[in-house]
Write a protein of this length. Structure first.
Length: 132
């Protein structure tokens, strides 16, 4: 899936354009690079591979996101570095994760009563994964 990736912090804009400034690290628009393969999505949502089960975000209600149907590793050599949240493809929040003491999950309390929610997780080895 295409996205505009901040070369400073890894934030990915998914609304079809690079922002004037990165909402996470405030880097200027010039810091963004358009990438056709910025985000991975499962090839068949009804038949996930082992890797897809470990990486694709799972969104439940009330808003709680865990990474993977199978829990992803959280060790310093291999872990989920952060989860970014979007409503209607506009960035709303980043939860930064550290290895060893955290599971790859996060929860938000939303004011919005409607809108399409997306979550993108970043594995330090296997890249960015999205669930919409
Ligand atoms: Fe991974």
């Amino acid at each position: 899936m295409k996205g505009f990736v901040c070369k400073v912090c890894g934030f990915i804009s998914i609304n079809g354009a690079a922002p004037a400034a990165c909402p996470v690290c405030h880097a200027p628009k010039e810091s963004f690079e358009e990438k056709e393969d910025a985000i991975k999505t499962p090839a068949d949502a009804n038949n996930l591979t082992e890797s897809e089960k470990k990486h694709a975000p799972v969104i439940t209600q009330p808003l709680h996101v865990k990474i993977g149907e199978i829990q992803h590793p959280m060790v310093k050599e291999h872990y989920i570095t952060h989860i970014d949240f979007y409503i209607d493809r506009e960035f709303i929040s980043r939860v930064i994760l550290t290895p060893e003491k955290l599971n790859p999950a996060a929860a938000l309390h939303l004011k919005a009563q409607s809108g399409k929610l997306s979550a993108i997780s970043l594995c330090n080895i296997h890249g960015a994964w999205i669930k919409e």
